[in-house]
Design a protein around this ligand. Structure first.
Ligand SMILES: [Cu+2]
Length: 237
């Protein structure tokens, strides 16, 4: 009996590593959708291989969410990250204090957001890297804002289903090979209105290389001044 309890305790600890985090909730035009359209990762551990299909929507990221969130083209959505599942307590950091890095968001047009596996092409709609003047990282702002980051959905993209992939990359150990930690969640959305734009994009895996200057980087060194966000440029539409 004792062994069973000890085993459970270890399992619980492994599932909830302190500092690690997941994007969990979505707001659409200021309305809280909770996690209804989030493909919630099984735990808050990072993905560390850019060549694994886990880099698309996290480990187990093909499992459908409860529903899709309807999002008007041109509106603002808010992704929300926290360290522990369902714990939206704003007095706690969204992601552990030294997990510094950028926040990046992509969209991928898909036939059905509930069944799409993320193998389609992704275009970037948001990125926030490092402000050297204020020494502020993109995910510092998550921590200051109760885990939230606003993102504008382009107004001219074609209506229909998309996966929205929200990501932060923790760089505290990124000077080692495969030391960067990727935390991402895919949200299932249906864009309404919009236009006819179908921006070209990149594939995951493929968009990132483990040797990219924004992925293998020593953020602690004296020489560190500028940060190059990985992936393609932001779609300007
Ligand atoms: Cu970590």
């Amino acid at each position: 009996m004792r062994t069973t309890i000890a085993g459970l305790a270890v399992f619980t600890l492994a599932a909830t590593v302190a500092g690690h985090a997941t994007f969990q909730q979505l707001w659409v035009a200021g309305e809280d959708q909770g996690s209804t359209c989030a493909r919630l990762p099984a735990n808050n551990n990072p993905v560390t291989s850019v060549s694994s299909s886990d880099i698309r929507c996290n480990v187990g990221g093909t499992k459908a969410a409860a529903s899709k969130c309807s999002v008007p083209a041109g509106s603002t959505v808010t992704v929300e990250m926290h360290q522990q599942p369902g714990d939206r307590d704003c007095s706690k950091e969204a992601i552990g204090g030294n997990h510094f890095g950028p926040v990046i968001v992509y969209l991928s047009k898909v036939g059905d957001a509930a069944s799409a596996d993320g193998s389609s092409s992704w275009f970037k709609i948001f990125e926030l890297g490092y402000d050297a003047a204020t020494k502020t990282w993109g995910n510092d702002l998550l921590n200051e804002g109760c885990g939230k980051q606003d993102i504008k959905i382009p107004s001219n993209i074609a209506p229909g289903d998309y996966l929205l992939r929200a990501e932060t990359i923790a760089l505290h150990t990124a000077s080692q090979s495969n030391g960067a930690q990727f935390y991402m969640t895919c949200y299932q959305i249906t864009v309404t209105g919009g236009g006819s734009a179908n921006p070209s994009g990149v594939q995951f895996p493929g968009a990132y290389s483990s040797s990219d200057p924004g992925i293998k980087v020593d953020i602690w060194g004296n020489g560190f001044q500028e940060y190059k966000i990985p992936g393609p440029p932001v779609y300007s539409g």
